[in-house]
Design a binder for this molecule. Structure first.
Ligand code: APR
Length: 314
């Protein structure tokens, strides 16, 4: 059986572990700074497996040795956004956590593909990539699939069609500069931009952009985890099954979309070992400008992280 390490046994991490284990997709190592919490959740998930017919091995603890030999590692460790807190506010707080856990994963699972979930997503993906020094194809951030799934849900409700009928496309950053792409979102092959009036479309896009914050405000403590974990599980499956599945994810661009040296959300093809290639959509000049502006904002915060890394010492 393949193996997936999940660091952070909080809401997103444990729900992801449950989804992977229930489907028998992989053995799971759930790791948290609170080892007993991780062990307890791993045990609880394990107790559900006789009912689901899965023989996945689920273990938990604080020891990174549990992650040894993993094919995929998912990083959810960190602090979630509180009400009124932007993803950028989280930058400094979560950088220290990501640095520590990614270094440990690199030791124990030197050949894995890395899926980042900790926010702020694009910046933490960059940090993880820099810390590993790995080929860019092995490191990605889960965001575009989640933002797209939210857009698909809102569009499906609007059009009164099943959610699975909407094939969404959201580019850019996982945050305020998110770029829902109605022209590339389709329902039975018809672009969403042709199915919903412009004004209403803007409202759906706005709700998608604020989708995470809407849930944070309702939950009062913590942030979304059912949809995020479903997205991570989907990406893990695509990697383990070498599916050639297209998702929007945050990856390091080296000239694609005219952008270089920045992590930003674009469509990629997932397969064995990570992402294989960037899919270049034929963007209109205004869409391209939007993506470039968004990449510029992320790049500024990546530069802040570079400074932080240099100051942080060896
Ligand atoms: N090492 C290991 N685990 C850690 C560390 C660390 N240094 N620091 C924090 N953790 C663990 C916490 O103990 C906690 O169990 O990370 C877990 C985070 O879980 P939650 O607080 O429940 O957060 P969650 O909702 O899962 O979100 C995690 O994903 O979507 C993003 O914005 C979200 O950045 C956040 C991350």
């Amino acid at each position: 059986m393949r193996k997936v390490a999940i660091v952070g046994a909080g809401q997103v991490g444990s729900t992801t572990a449950m989804r992977l284990a229930e489907r028998g997709m992989a053995d799971v190592a759930l790791i948290d700074i609170y080892g007993e919490l991780a062990r307890g959740k791993a045990l609880d998930i394990s107790h559900s497996l006789p009912l689901t017919g899965s023989s996945a091995d689920v273990v938990g603890g604080s020891d990174y040795g549990l992650a040894a030999g993993s094919d995929v590692a998912v990083i959810t460790a960190g602090f979630p956004r509180g009400p009124g807190m932007s993803r950028s506010d989280l930058l400094a707080k979560n950088a220290a956590v990501v640095r520590e856990v990614v270094e440990a994963v690199k030791e124990e699972a030197p050949d894995c593909a890395l899926i980042m979930v900790t926010n702020p997503l694009d910046e933490m993906s960059y940090l993880a990539w820099r810390i590993t020094g790995w080929d860019r194809h092995r490191v990605m951030g889960m965001a575009g699939l989640l933002d797209g799934s939210r857009l698909a849900y809102f569009a499906a409700s609007e059009l009164e069609v099943p959610p699975g009928k909407v094939l969404p496309m959201v580019l850019g950053s996982h945050g305020d500069a998110m770029l829902p792409m109605a022209r590339f979102t389709s329902v039975d092959g018809v672009p969403l931009s042709e199915l919903v009036a412009m004004e209403r479309l803007r409202e759906l896009e706005e709700r998608t952009r604020d989708g995470g914050a809407e849930i944070v405000a309702l939950l009062k403590t913590g942030s979304a985890y059912y949809a995020p974990s479903a997205c991570v599980a989907r990406m893990v499956h695509a990697i383990l099954a070498d599916e050639g599945y297209q998702v929007a994810a945050s990856v390091y661009l080296q000239g694609e979309y005219g952008l270089r040296g920045v992590f930003v959300g674009v469509p990629v093809i997932l397969g064995h070992g990570g992402w294989k290639e960037v899919v270049e959509l034929d963007l209109l000049p205004a869409e391209r400008e939007g993506l470039t502006a968004c990449a510029g904002m992320i790049k500024e915060r990546m530069d802040e992280l570079d400074e932080w890394l240099e100051g942080a010492g060896p």
